[in-house]
Write a protein that binds this ligand. Structure first.
Ligand SMILES: C[S@@+](CC[C@H](N)C(=O)[O-])C[C@H]1O[C@@H](n2cnc3c(N)ncnc32)[C@H](O)[C@@H]1O
Length: 379
């Protein structure tokens, strides 16, 4: 059967119909021409039609690193889309599409939309829709989607094509072996932040027998606090955030994952509301420069909380204030572990030297990709 298109003399890109061979119907594609709606009114030549997505659609790349090094890399396809595109493409799967074909078609759709991981996205989203493990898909390529499943998969793929992070679509993100609930109220925890947890656990391990108190500043989903607690039965962790919305998400995760009741939530600005001095302060605070924010990838810039990302002209507003507060909130012999941007080494070392004359050990550690990532301060 043919690929269904409702068009007004639009030449479709070849890729749109790639799946429509004689054996199966995979997708219904509709293109709405709405020059008055998404098009800028100051542009002449309304008849111009280009292939791609509306401005409300996929305009950016889709990796999720909040590191500045990835901020402006939107991927070639997305970068080269003219600003005035105003078509809307509706990709819909037909009921009874087999799993294997559904993944192929969704992958193509997401690839066209600019995802850097279209196949993985298509699989993870389908596994979520079907409420199965991803591995189940590979053993059930012939399973035919019901109408409801095809609808929900089509809707979810459309969200991804509009640059929404997969973590928000499926409502969860794995971090340090824990499955955390996430939504737009919190940053989706990043794999590189696991390095912060490694460093904290390493510090604790070197001091056996000591009852350790940790503060995770800017806890977001609670990722770092919960990972530390899960791996150290005797540790108490204060998880703080200035955002009440973030703390609501963290509270849900604590309810599910804090089996030993080790994590205490505290709302407040940086260290101000900590109820006591602690041994370790760990923080993945915002560190994006204000000027870099508009150039962030669309899935980060348009979906994740700005409060979790931007930190003033040099991206150091929060880190600088935190460093200044450290001596008042750390116990003697304590330590601080801060995630930093890959190009902030010199700046944070200078700040530490100026603000923390009492620190005896200040170092920047690289991540597993060889990029500066972690500021460690020992007292
Ligand atoms: C980059 S996110 C990190 C979230 C989480 N720790 C993680 O690694 O996934 C930064 C967090 O800092 C919080 N934040 C921003 N400004 C803050 C402040 N002045 N005091 C405390 N938390 C703050 C944000 O609400 C956000 O949850």
């Amino acid at each position: 059967m043919p690929c269904h298109k409702v068009t007004d003399d639009v030449n479709l890109p070849d890729s749109v119909c790639r799946d429509t061979d004689e054996e199966a119907v995979l997708a219904v594609l509709r293109i709405d021409l709405r020059p008055g709606k998404a098009r800028r009114s100051d542009q002449a030549g309304d008849a111009e039609v280009a292939h791609g997505f509306t401005q409300a659609g996929a305009t950016g790349g889709m990796t999720s690193d909040k590191s500045p090094s990835h901020q402006t890399n939107n991927g070639d396809k997305a970068l080269h889309k003219p600003e005035h595109m105003w078509q809307q493409i509706h990709w819909r799967l037909m009921p009874q599409t087999p799993v294997g074909r559904a993944i192929v078609s969704a992958t193509q759709r997401l690839d066209d939309a600019g995802s850097s991981t279209p196949n993985l996205d298509a699989q993870v989203i389908l596994a979520h829709v079907l409420q199965v493990e991803r591995s189940w898909l590979f053993a059930h390529y012939d399973y035919e989607l019901t109408q409801d499943e095809a609808e929900r998969y089509s809707d979810a793929v459309a969200r991804r094509a509009a640059a929404e992070p997969v973590a928000y679509i499926v409502g969860k993100k794995e971090f340090y072996g824990l499955e955390l609930l996430v939504d737009r109220r919190v940053l989706a925890p990043r794999p590189e932040t696991e390095m912060l947890v490694d460093a904290v656990l390493d510090w604790i391990e070197r001091r056996p027998g000591r009852a350790v108190t940790v503060a995770d500043i800017g806890t977001g989903s609670g990722a770092i606090a919960l990972a530390v607690a899960a791996n150290c039965p005797d540790v108490t962790v204060y998880a703080t955030d200035v955002s009440q919305e973030a703390l609501t998400v963290a509270a849900s995760n604590i309810a599910c994952l804090d089996a030993r009741d080790q994590v205490r939530l505290v709302q407040g600005d940086l260290l101000a509301s900590l109820p006591e001095k602690v041994d370790i302060i760990v923080a993945n605070l915002p560190y994006i420069r204000s000027d870099d924010f508009p150039g962030l990838q669309a899935d980060v810039r348009d979906y994740e909380p700005k409060l979790a990302l931007e930190a003033g002209p040099e991206g150091l507003d929060l880190i600088e204030r935190l460093l200044a507060q450290l001596p008042a909130y750390l116990k003697p012999g304590g330590a601080a572990f801060l995630e930093i941007g890959h190009d902030q080494r010199e700046a944070v070392l200078a700040l530490a030297e100026r603000l923390l004359p009492g620190a005896h050990d200040v170092a920047v550690r690289e991540d597993y990709h060889g990029r500066d990532r972690l500021l460690i301060i020992g007292f």
